[in-house]
Design a protein around this ligand. Structure first.
Ligand code: AMP
Ligand code: MG
Length: 326
């Protein structure tokens, strides 16, 4: 899934910690072999290869879980979230390397294979049929949250409950550290450089961090948290910045400069919703969040020189007491 995973845990001794962490990393490796669109032999890639062939393909329990939840989110967001966006994403990945916009004809061709209704799921058989040729499913916006949750579950099976699994900006939070009300998570700022985000900003911070830290902190436990936005990956072409998140309705990388943080009951919901809110924008995005049980979100958006902040009604309870909206 193309990102480092960091596990923080509390265990009675080193051997118990190592054994639990090994089990969690093993589970992530297993999921990578199923859900990655980079691995040519992953179950997902093999499914994509059947597209347009009329075949109904039975899915493993993991792929079924992620794909059926992805389709539910596509329906709820009216297609703003769409795992069939792969062929367009692939052209934007190339654009990022050569720093040239995708060729419009190639993009139009790619878009023929994009559209969530081109996946037909059979809940009885737990199988999928991909209706048109050249489809390329991409679970990059939802699989990291699932993998983090599953790694946390693997730790729990080994008796470790006080743990945090961070797959980039997607985190699964278990019970809090001993004697603490929750995990203390630093929220990245819109101005932060990519290296900062990957390097240190998303580590759980020690209590009492100093004034140089990012603008505010979240205190949470027993939930999942995801971050999304153009801050993490983008390309600048002719002075315009395009995100790695693509609007499935146009095939164009988002040009909004924004940061979205979602807290939800599980990682699939948090990860998927964070990407969806990035596409929908703060108003429609927060409406979707408010309609989702157990979900809360914070959105920062920069329009020319002005930065705006938005949050769902219940987000406040996750804010560290000392910090408030800037
Ligand atoms: P995230 O970092 O969770 O927001 O996911 C971004 C990744 O999801 C991108 O790198 C693409 O692989 C994929 N993606 C891009 N746009 C969309 C979209 N509109 N719906 C679903 N997946 C997307
Ligand atoms: Mg996501």
């Amino acid at each position: 899934m193309g990102m480092p995973v960091r596990i923080t845990l509390y265990a009675p001794d080193r051997a118990a910690a190592d054994a639990a962490a090994d089990a969690a990393f093993k589970r992530i490796k297993e999921l990578n072999a199923i859900l990655s669109d980079y691995e040519p032999d992953s179950e997902l890639s093999l499914l994509s290869k059947t597209s347009g062939g009329g075949e109904t393909v039975p899915l493993s329990p993991d792929l079924w879980t992620v794909l059926s939840r992805a389709q539910e989110l596509s329906r709820r967001s009216d297609g703003a979230f769409d795992v069939t966006v792969g062929p367009a994403v692939w052209l934007w990945r190339k654009a990022r390397v050569v720093r040239k916009l995708p060729d419009p004809a190639a993009l139009a061709e790619a878009m023929k294979a994009v559209g969530w209704r081109k996946i037909v799921l059979d809940p009885q058989k737990r199988a999928a049929k991909l209706l048109v040729p050249n489809m390329r499913l991409d679970l990059g916006a939802i699989a990291k949250g699932y993998a983090a949750d599953e790694a946390l579950a693997a730790l729990r099976r080994r008796g470790v409950t006080r743990a945090l699994v961070a797959a980039g900006g997607d985190m699964a939070l278990g019970d809090p550290p001993p004697g603490k009300p929750g995990w203390r998570i630093a929220v990245a700022s819109l101005e932060m450089a990519e290296d900062d985000v990957c390097g240190h900003a998303w580590r759980p911070q020690p209590q009492g961090a100093n004034a140089q830290d990012p603008p505010h902190f979240i205190i949470a436990s027993r939930c999942s948290l995801a971050t999304s936005g153009d801050l993490f990956q983008h390309v600048e072409i002719d002075g315009k910045r395009y995100s790695h998140i693509v609007d499935p309705r146009t095939g164009i990388g988002l040009t909004d400069h924004s940061l979205v943080v979602v807290i939800a009951r599980d990682g699939i919901a948090a990860d998927g919703l964070a990407t969806t809110v990035s596409v929908l924008g703060p108003r429609a995005g927060l409406k979707l969040i408010e309609a989702t049980a157990g979900a809360e979100a914070f959105v920062a958006r920069k329009l020319s020189d002005k930065t705006e902040w938005f949050e769902s009604k219940g987000f406040r309870r996750f804010r560290e007491k000392a910090s408030s909206l800037p």
